[in-house]
Design a protein around this ligand. Structure first.
Ligand code: BEZ
Ligand code: FE
Length: 283
């Protein structure tokens, strides 16, 4: 992703992500956390912080720099970004320990509810001149016994060919490259879109500053996001990547899994086509 004058600032993207989280299903369904769990988990967390301070002999100037940086994370609205880059993958792994069916991955900060509903064979909303290699994602949604799930929904969203998400970049029209696709009577779907570019963490905010000052890189490999759901089944939140893609082996958000890599094949019509089936377990 290159920086252009149309690029969103980290503060704009952060504010949008914070707003999106506050109105999200994830926010609404946050569970009540018992005092016992708060005490156990926060004590362990603080133990880790204290141990790090002792082991690495953290100084007062370093403590003050950390305090200043944490204040900036809050003021710029980057808590959703920071947590989803560095923490969510671990929560997802724990949550998936007892999950059967397709592999999941992190939700990330850029899901928006209420995308347009589309039939099983569809093209995602896009600009008339949407840049990018045309891509078809086709497959079937089944349950763990192999039964097709008619009318299963595939909530899909992804970045454009420059790595920008609609709703989080002012120059991209609302709803671009987002949709809720309803599978047919046999659980099948065929979604036409364009192949997204890798995504770069905004470099002009505190998360980007941390990455730069630590000498890390700010990239996620190109990916499609999906939430696949059907009544009576546990929904799967996942991402699909592209074989041979840049950053596949060093995702800054550590959210890739070998089972989630597509291998799209060139078609005679110039498009690339990938097949992927989803398997849901009973709720
Ligand atoms: C993403 O999947 O786009 C994403 C995930 C974590 C942080 C930022 C972006
Ligand atoms: Fe993403």
């Amino acid at each position: 992703m290159s920086t252009t004058e149309e690029s969103p600032t980290a503060a704009q993207a952060g504010a949008s992500a914070t707003r999106a989280f506050r109105t999200s299903r994830q926010h609404r369904t946050a569970g009540e956390v018992t005092p016992e769990r708060v005490s156990t988990v926060v004590t362990a967390l603080l133990d880790g912080v204290h141990r790090t301070i002792r082991t690495h002999q953290v100084t007062y100037p370093e403590y003050v720099a950390a305090k200043r940086w944490l204040i900036e994370v809050g003021e710029s609205g980057e808590w959703p970004l920071l947590l989803d880059v560095f923490v969510e993958h671990e929560v997802e792994e724990v949550s998936a320990q007892h999950q059967q069916g397709s592999k999941g991955s992190i939700l990330g900060p850029y899901h928006l509810p209420g995308a347009v509903r589309l039939p099983s064979v569809c093209t995602l909303p896009m600009r008339a001149d949407e840049p990018g290699t045309p891509l078809v994602l086709a497959g079937q949604v089944r349950d763990t016994t192999g039964k097709a799930l008619p009318g299963a929904e595939l909530d899909i969203w992804h970045a454009d060919d420059a790595g920008y998400y609609s709703g989080f970049a002012p120059h991209v029209p609302d709803g671009n490259l987002r949709g809720v696709v309803v599978a047919d009577d046999d659980g099948r779907f065929e979604i036409s879109t364009i192949q997204p570019a890798p995504y770069q963490i905004p470099t002009d905010g505190p998360t980007g500053t941390l990455i730069e000052r630590a000498g890390w890189h700010p990239w996620r490999p190109a990916h499609l996001h999906l939430i696949v759901r059907s009544p009576g089944y546990r929904p799967i939140t996942t991402q699909l990547y592209f074989t041979g893609g840049d950053w596949l082996d060093s995702d800054v958000a550590k959210a890739t899994k070998p089972e989630l890599v597509l291998d799209p094949r060139p078609q005679p019509d110039g498009r690339r086509r990938a097949e992927y089936d989803f398997v849901l377990e009973p709720a």
